[in-house]
Design a protein around this ligand. Structure first.
Ligand code: NAG
Ligand code: NAG
Ligand code: NAG
Ligand code: NAG
Ligand code: NAG
Ligand code: NAG
Ligand code: NAG
Ligand code: NAG
Ligand code: NAG
Ligand code: NAG
Ligand code: NAG
Ligand code: NAG
Length: 686
């Protein structure tokens, strides 16, 4: 056949032709950058795959172009291609034979295109890739049917990204052929149902279902899965298949931002390490147990009608076996739930627990002794609960040798375990803000009972570095309050009327951050705080900057909401050289003394937070934005401002003229008449 012969000849000629034609005849080639066997042609306004690149090319990047169609022969010249990326390129279609010669292609990124238009051709093209391992089809407006078509026979696929499409429900046909699949990203679709979808994917290890519309995950039996992300759905129940003896490989389960009422019913055997349940409505119901107090009360929940799932689940509300195997748990995140207490033995079942995040729940008491926390506990956050007491005996505290971060803020704490600070040998950071705890005075030692104390005593706790005491209603700090400590971080803000002067001096060698916002401090001497990097003295009615600040090496300074009228240029210059961030809004600056603003504005290394909201008042008490104020309206000492002179002299001149007229009218009426007649009236004969 002559046609056939012609193609052969053409193919033979092609390499020669390629050598002979200069690059300029392929204008699109010049938009690519060659790095060894990779061609980067991103963002080059290309509408075709550039020809004329080396034929041993292994990676070709064509992102952010305008390639509507990948044409049949466009990749013929690059048979060694292993990775092709055509993301964000308005791609509508990959023609059926595009990959006929790309047998080595393993990674294909077609994210953020319009493949819903030409999905059928594209599907044919994908089937001719025997080695395809990773495929990114995210954000292509694909629906269930299009996805099923595209994924047919992709038996070698290991990584698949379908996020940001229009998938609604998955069933056993959805991923039927993907036997090798290891990782699947389905986040940000509109899925409300999953029904037996992963039974043919025995190697699937990572599954992301975040940001969908799922209502429950029941009959969970994917024993091989390592990471399951079901966050940001509407999940009310998580129930693993009952009675499975297999050990689940699950290590990370993220069910945060859902609608769980119960702690998830986890597998009986697993290696679960990270469990994220924040922002649900989880609570424990042990107290509802039918224990004789309320006979015949409902104490079981039954789950009926769960699709093909044979056997109804009947769960006793307090049945501890429902919590499943939590013995390997290291991180338990229960922030923002409804937990009032931990069921008996619950904490004890987690001997490896290192972070317990309980902020914003309804805990009323916490007895560290009876809960039996593990010695590996590193972070305990019970902030923003309803605790008025925490109890623990000394032995318990000593055993918590790894506890480093303790957040007790935003409770009603009045009692703490005695020796709380001195017994915890690794304690670095304690937040006691917004409680009713005082600092112990010497005579208060006797008030304490054996195990509880009404005041906090952290004398000589060598490990402590960060102490937060915001809003604790503190008035007096004993002069030795911080003696023996090496704090780097001390926060005393929102204690109006607090007298700090002496007590903090013992920290002058170590302190890097000091928070004294809203404490009503006046002239404090900071000159000894040579390590200080960050200082907050906002909301203190200060009328001038403490002069001792100028010699410090401050990076962050909060001066908001004071009574500053200016910052003398000497101070401004000194601060500008060191500061990185400064807060200045809410001060009644004088519009005619704003040289400091120019100094800060022109210093590139400094960030004036809320710069355009910094205001000043002019001579007649009108408020302006410093940024827009025209300084020529001010009288500068020694300078000459025309406006000022005009303003000053116009009234004087006017009154002088006025007086002259009155004088003239009174004493020389005839002269005036004459002049009027002379100048204003037409001359008459008389
Ligand atoms: C997909 O694979 C099946 C079985 O391996 C085969 O019968 C079918 O023809 C293939 N479909 C396509 C479109 O290649
Ligand atoms: C999937 O694609 C989305 C959007 O393109 C991206 O944000 C996400 O990181 C990808 N997922 C994986 C696992 O790479
Ligand atoms: C789950 O997915 C969401 C959304 O992509 C992400 O923010 C979160 O970090 C993921 N969780 C884990 C444990 O990786
Ligand atoms: C866990 O084991 C108990 C018996 O030990 C059994 O009743 C329960 O159904 C099992 N739960 C799961 C989720 O397998
Ligand atoms: C469950 O597994 C354990 C060992 O892993 C075995 O001793 C036990 O008999 C198994 N139980 C059932 C019901 O299969
Ligand atoms: C028995 O039920 C009452 C009422 O709900 C509850 O207050 C009490 O703690 C329960 N007792 C036990 C031992 O669980
Ligand atoms: C509670 O249940 C028992 C039988 O289970 C029944 O005899 C009794 O009358 C019930 N009590 C009430 C108050 O309903
Ligand atoms: C599940 O519960 C329903 C309603 O009580 C009942 O009709 C059905 O027989 C139960 N199914 C099984 C397998 O127990
Ligand atoms: C705390 O628990 C221990 C051990 O269970 C118990 O002896 C102690 O009385 C409890 N303390 C309080 C205040 O309930
Ligand atoms: C504290 O943590 C270290 C590792 O971070 C661990 O080796 C040690 O056993 C822990 N201490 C206790 C008492 O669990
Ligand atoms: C303690 O918890 C509160 C409220 O959850 C939070 O605002 C604060 O930043 C935490 N403190 C520390 C030191 O992390
Ligand atoms: C300084 O302290 C005030 C009062 O507590 C607070 O509102 C402000 O956010 C703090 N500034 C910075 C930069 O954290």
């Amino acid at each position: 056949m002559p046609v056939h012969r012609l193609t052969t000849i053409l193919l033979c000629l092609l390499p020669v032709w390629r050598i002979l034609t200069p690059v300029s005849s392929h204008p699109q080639h010049s938009r690519c950058q060659l790095i060894q066997r990779t061609a980067v042609c991103n963002n080059g306004k290309l509408s075709f795959v550039p020809a004329g690149l080396p034929d041993n090319l292994e990676e070709l990047q064509l992102n952010d172009n305008h390639i509507q169609t990948l044409q049949d022969n466009s990749l013929l010249g690059y048979p060694s291609l292993n990775t092709l990326s055509v993301a964000c390129s308005s791609l509508e279609k990959v023609e059926s034979n595009t990959f006929q010669d790309s047998k080595l292609l393993e990674n294909l990124n077609l994210a953020k295109n319009y493949l819903h238009i030409g999905y059928q051709d594209t599907s044919h093209a994908l089937k001719s890739l025997p080695r395809l391992r990773a495929l990114d089809l995210s954000e292509n407006d694909l629906n269930d049917e299009m996805m099923a078509t595209l994924l047919q026979n992709l038996t070698s696929l290991e990584y698949l990204n379908l996020s940001g499409n229009l998938l609604q429900r998955l069933d056993e046909t959805s991923f039927r052929d993907l036997y090798q699949l290891k990782e699947l990203d389905l986040q940000r679709n509109i899925m409300f149902e999953i029904d037996g979808a992963f039974d043919n994917n025995p190697k699937l290890q990572r599954l992301n279902l975040a940001f969908n519309y799922l209502l429950c995950l029941t009959d969970f039996h994917m024993t091989q899965l390592v990471v399951l992300n079901g966050s940001h759905n509407f999940i009310e129940w998580f129930i693993s298949r009952q009675g499975l003896n297999d050990t689940f490989q699950l290590e990370t389960l993220d069910l945060s931002h859902n609608k769980l009422l119960f702690f998830p019913f986890l597998p009986n055997h697993s290696h679960m390490r990270n469990l994220y349940l924040s922002h649900n409505s989880v609570s424990f119901y042990e107290h509802l147990e039918d224990n004789g107090t309320f006979p015949n009360t409902t104490s079981t929940v039954e789950f009926y009608n769960m699709k093909k799932y044979t056997g109804n689940v009947t769960a006793k509300l307090w049945d501890e076996s429902l919590h499943g195997d939590i013995s390997s748990l290291e991180i338990l995140d229960l922030r923002g739930n409804q937990v009032q207490y931990f069921p008996q033995g619950f904490i004890q079942k987690m001997p490896a627990l290192s972070r317990l995040q309980m902020c914003t729940n309804c805990l009323e008491t916490l007895n560290l002794t009876s809960e039996q926390f593990s010695g590996s506990l590193y972070e305990l956050d019970v902030s923003n609960n309803r605790l008025n007491q925490i109890t623990a005996d000394e032995g318990t505290l000593t055993a918590l040798g790894n506890l480093t971060y303790l957040n007790l803020s935003l409770n009603d704490l009045q009692w703490l375990p005695s020796g709380l600070f001195s017994s915890l040998s690794s304690l670095r950071s304690v937040d006691l803000s917004y409680n009713n705890i005082d600092i112990c005075l010497p005579e208060e030692a006797e008030i304490n009972t054996d195990t509880s104390t009404a005041c906090a005593d952290w004398k000589n706790v060598a490990s402590l570095r960060q102490l937060y005491l915001k809003g604790c209603n503190l008035k007096i700090l004993p002069s030795y309050a911080f003696s023996g400590l090496s704090l780097t971080h001390l926060e005393l803000s929102n204690n109006p009327g607090l007298n700090v002067q002496e007590s903090v001096q013992s920290l002058s060698g170590t302190l890097q951050h000091l928070g004294l916002g809203n404490t009503h401090i006046q002239d404090m001497d900071f000159s000894r705080f040579q390590s200080l990097k960050s200082l907050n003295i906002s909301r203190n009615s200060l009328s001038h900057l403490p002069p001792s600040l100028v010699n410090l090496d401050l990076k962050v300074l909060d001066l908001r909401d004071n009574k500053l009228s200016t910052i003398p240029s000497g101070q401004a210059n000194a601060l500008a050289q060191k500061l990185h961030t400064v807060f200045l809004t809410g001060n009644p600056f004088n519009c005619c003394q704003t040289e400091w603003f120019g100094t800060f504005e022109t210093t590139k290394t400094i960030n004036m937070v809320g710069q355009s909201y910094i205001e000043c008042e002019d001579l007649i008490q009108t408020t302006h934005r410093v940024e827009h104020f025209q300084p020529f309206l001010c009288l500068k000492t020694g300078g000459k401002s025309i406006v000022w002179y005009i303003l000053l002299f116009v009234p004087i001149c006017l009154s002088f003229v006025g007086i002259s007229i009155i004088v003239l009218l009174t004493f020389k009426p005839k002269m005036l008449q004459k002049s009027i007649k002379k100048n204003c009236l037409k001359p008459t004969t008389y």
